[in-house]
Structure formats: structure tokens, C-alpha cells
Design a protein around this ligand. Structure first.
Ligand code: 6PG
Length: 468
């Protein structure tokens, strides 16, 4: 046989949708899943124009594929990926390509990359963003691995990816685990923006006591402004949805949210690389806070704050919320992009931030109009240390400074938690401080631990006997 262009292992929703997307683009695609029902349902979904063959047999699947084979594994991250690789390995040939399309922790990809390279197999870790619909009709794809081997995959991936101004939202990103790392940072930014939107929603609902219809309209309108983005757009849709009894569905959804770990990994790795990500850290923390509902109920009765009632000019308050959100979203991107800049040096990924901004413009969860500004900023200056130093972004940030400050003041007065907004402002104020109070921390460390300190008036390290 050996006539099929591409193979997918794991025919869950993501695997099946990607495979159908490839078949729509006239690629002959083979699928493998041990579950016969999944194989059957894929076959039923395929149309007469599709060239699709699915099976439960590893050997049959591999016999279908053109050589060098290109196979994507779409199973839950962790042990299942290793199990699938082990099951395929005896039948693979040198030069074959394996792609892990899951949200895999980047060090796992590095390990697999090294092990498989030794056997002559090209291994790719590829971030895929856009959820089920994205997979079916145009995701953003973030592949990392061997640059030459990518040429075998390029036409297929470019044909199925989302397009912005005719440009596909996929590009080879870098060595080893670069693709998984970039996807992890994407998800960290995703966590930050989702947290910020939920805080602004809370300020409208509990702070300004706006009714549901007005709040929905505000988000819907904001999607026609500089805030235009996928996450703002879906927020407008979500707030519109009614339950079977005609009530807004959002009001009966519980206030604790699960997490699969990519946000936490971003924060953990930010700490490892000493890159400050306070908005993303706050988003992870607040998701954890949300999980502890019983304790929050206890505390809500005991730890009380009676907010003062004030007079509010609603139109200007909503305008301030918009500015605060815009400011904080830009700060969140800045943190995630700064992490990528540092990781590129640290792990030799050789990332190109212009390319990453480009492929995030469409298909992915954090797509927004801001990504085009970032792309332009990195095109102008590839060495940009932080996106906030670009003139266009700096102007947008400066224009919204008074909005974030008044919004934070309002929330503090009301006692409404806004860890994401506050941390965005704190990051900004620290980043733009030529002088921080860390001289005192140096002195304290030296006082209690003789850790020594550095001075501004002379070079070297110093220790003082503070008690003399
Ligand atoms: C995407 C999403 C996707 C997934 C998140 C959910 O880019 O399509 O990020 O990968 O929905 O991983 O993450 P949590 O379960 O941690 O919220």
C-alpha cells in the first residue's frame, strides 16, 4: 500500500478532527486507535471525497503510510505517549517522523527527542491550539524538532492551519522541545487573560452592580475595539447563553475551575528561569483559590469588609475597566513573551518572536489584534528585550495607566479580589522603576546570613558587621 501521506494515532476528538481537516485538504490520511468504536465513528464521519483509512492494527496502519512516515500521536500527555511510541517503534524505519501533538511537558519531549534521535527517528513536540473546532477547521500549530525533517511536514501543516492575511498559523519554531515550550507559554498567557476578564466581569457585576444584559453588551461591544480577541468574543457569547428555564446559564455555573497543569508549569518554569510572571502566577493561584469553596464559605462569614457606597459615573467607570483590561492583557503578553526570550537562550531553542507573534494571530486561544502589533514590533527590532519597550505598545500602556490605577482603587475599596489586575500594575510599576528597594533586602541578607552585598559606588562584594 504505502500511499497515505500522514498517520494519526489516537482518534479522540482532537485526533479525529485534525485527521478530517487533513482529508478536507486532499491529503490521504490513516488513523489508528485501539478502540474499534472510534475507528468506526471516524469512518462514518468521512465523506466520499475523503481519502481516509482507519484501523485498530498497528502493523496495518504503518503499512499504509508513505515513507519516510509522518505520524502524529494524539493521546493524553505522559505515560500514554511513551506507550504508543513503544508500540510503534519496532516497525519504524530510520528517517520516519513522530509528532507528539499533546500538551506535553517540555522536558519529556527533550528525553524522547534524544532517545529517538539515537534510533534515527525524527521526533517533534507540537503545540496545537484552538480546541476541537480549531483542530477541525484551522488551528495554530507550534512545531519544534529537526529543521530539515520539518520540510516533509510543512505542506500538510500549512494546508490545515488557520490563515491570517493568507499566511498560515504554523511555522517551524526551533530545536528540541521548542514547540511544547511555546505552547506552554501560550497557555500561561491564556490563564492570565482569562483571569483578567473574569475580574473585570466581577467588577461590573458585584462592584458596579450592572445587570447581566448590560454586562453582556459591554463585552460584545469591546470585541469591536482594540480589545478584539477570541477570549473577549467568547465571553460575549457565554454571557448571552440561557439555560433551559430562560435564565442566564453563567449564573448557575459553579465558581471553582479545574486545571490540567500548563499554567502551573509556566509559573514554575518562570521561577526556574527567574523571569517575573506575576499576572500568570496570580491566575494560577486564583484558580487554586477557586477550588477551596468550603473554606471560602467559612471565611466569608468571618472576615467581613463593609464597602462604602459611592456615586459612580457609569459610562466613565466602564471606560476605565476597558482601559484597565487592555493594559493588563498587554502586560500578560509581555510576561509570556519575556519568558520565551529567556527560554530561547537558556535551552538553545533559537526562537523567533516575530514568527511566534505571527502564528498566534489566528487559530489559537490567545489570538487578538494585539498580536499584529507585536509582530511588527519584533520585525522592527528582533532583539527587543520586552514588548513594553516598543513605542506603539508603550503608548498603549501609557494611555491606559490612569484607567488601571482608578480600577484597582475601586476594587480595593469594594473588597473585590483582582489579583490579576493588581499584579499587572505591580509588574509595570516595578519594571519602570529605575530604583527598587532591594538595597534593603541585600542589607538584611548580609545582616542575618553574611551573604554579602554589592555597592553602587564601588565594585566588589562587601560584608558588614552590622551590630558593631
Ligand atoms: C488550547 C488550549 C488547550 C486546553 C487547555 C486547558 O490552546 O487549545 O490551551 O490546550 O483547553 O490546556 O487548560 P486547563 O485545563 O489547564 O485550563
Amino acid at each position: 500500500m504505502k500511499t497515505f501521506d500522514f498517520g494519526i494515532v489516537g482518534l479522540g476528538v482532537m485526533g479525529r478532527n485534525l485527521l478530517l481537516n487533513m482529508a478536507d485538504q486532499k491529503h490521504a490520511v490513516a488513523g489508528l486507535d485501539l478502540d474499534a468504536e472510534k475507528v468506526l465513528s471516524l469512518t462514518q464521519e468521512a465523506n466520499a471525497q475523503h481519502q481516509i483509512k482507519a484501523t485498530t492494527e498497528v502493523k496495518e496502519f504503518l503499512e499504509l503510510l508513505k515513507q519516510p512516515r509522518a505520524i502524529m500521536v494524539l493521546v493524553p500527555a505522559g505515560k500514554p505517549v511513551d506507550t504508543v511510541i513503544q508500540s510503534l517503534l519496532p516497525y519504524l524505519d530510520k528517517g520516519d517522523i513522530l509528532i507528539d501533538g499533546g500538551n506535553t511537558y517540555f522536558t519529556d519531549t527533550d528525553r524522547r527527542f534524544t532517545e529517538l534521535s539515537a534510533k534515527g527517528i525524527h521526533f517533534f513536540g507540537m503545540g496545537i491550539s484552538g480546541g476541537e473546532k480549531g483542530a477541525r477547521f484551522g488551528p495554530s500549530l507550534m512545531p519544534g524538532g529537526n529543521k530539515e525533517a520539518y520540510e516533509r511536514l510543512r505542506p500538510i501543516f500549512e494546508s490545515i492551519a488557520a490563515k491570517v492575511d493568507g499566511e498560515p498559523c504554523v511555522e517551524y519554531l526551533g530545536n528540541g522541545s521548542a514547540g511544547n515550550y511555546v505552547k506552554m507559554a501560550h497557555n500561561g498567557i491564556e490563564y492570565g487573560i482569562m483571569q483578567l476578564i473574569s475580574e473585570v466581569y466581577d467588577l461590573m457585576k458585584r462592584g458596579y452592580e450592572l445587570d447581566d444584559t448590560t454586562i453582556q453588551k459591554v463585552f460584545q461591544d469591546w470585541n469591536n475595539t482594540e480589545l478584539q480577541s477570541y477570549l473577549i468574543e467568547i465571553t460575549g457569547h457565554i454571557l448571552k447563553k440561557t439555560d433551559t428555564d430562560g435564565q442566564k446559564l453563567i449564573n448557575v455555573i459553579s465558581d471553582w475551575a479545574k486545571s490540567k497543569g500548563t499554567g502551573k508549569w509556566t509559573s514554575q518554569n518562570g521561577m526556574d528561569l527567574e523571569v517575573p510572571l506575576p499576572t500568570i502566577d496570580a491566575a494560577v493561584t486564583m484558580r487554586n483559590m477557586s477550588k477551596n469553596k468550603p473554606e471560602r464559605i467559612l471565611a466569608s462569614a468571618k472576615l467581613v469588609w463593609n464597602a462604602e457606597q459611592g456615586n459612580t459615573d457609569l459610562p466613565s467607570a466602564i471606560e476605565a475597566l476597558k482601559g484597565a483590561l487592555h493594559f493588563s492583557i498587554l502586560i500578560t503578553y509581555a510576561q509570556g513573551l519575556a519568558l520565551l526570550t529567556k527560554a530561547s537562550q537558556e535551552y538553545n531553542y533559537d526562537l523567533n518572536l516575530e514568527t511566534i507573534s505571527k502564528i498566534w494571530r489566528g487559530g489559537c486561544i490567545i489570538r487578538s489584534v494585539a498580536l499584529e502589533d507585536f509582530r511588527k514590533a519584533y520585525a522592527k527590532n528582533g532583539e527587543l528585550k520586552n514588548i513594553l519597550l516598543d513605542d506603539t505598545i508603550a503608548k498603549a500602556i501609557n494611555d491606559n495607566q490612569s484607567s488601571i490605577r482608578s480600577t484597582v482603587q475601586f476594587a480595593v475599596q469594594k473588597g473585590i479580589p483582582i489579583a490579576g489586575l493588581m499584579n499587572s500594575l505591580a509588574y509595570f510599576d516595578a519594571y519602570r522603576s529605575e530604583k527598587l528597594p532591594t538595597n534593603l533586602i541585600q542589607a538584611q541578607r548580609d545582616y542575618f546570613g553574611a551573604h554579602t552585598y554589592e555597592r553602587i559606588d564601588t565594585n566588589g562584594t562587601f560584608h558588614t558587621e552590622w551590630n558593631d
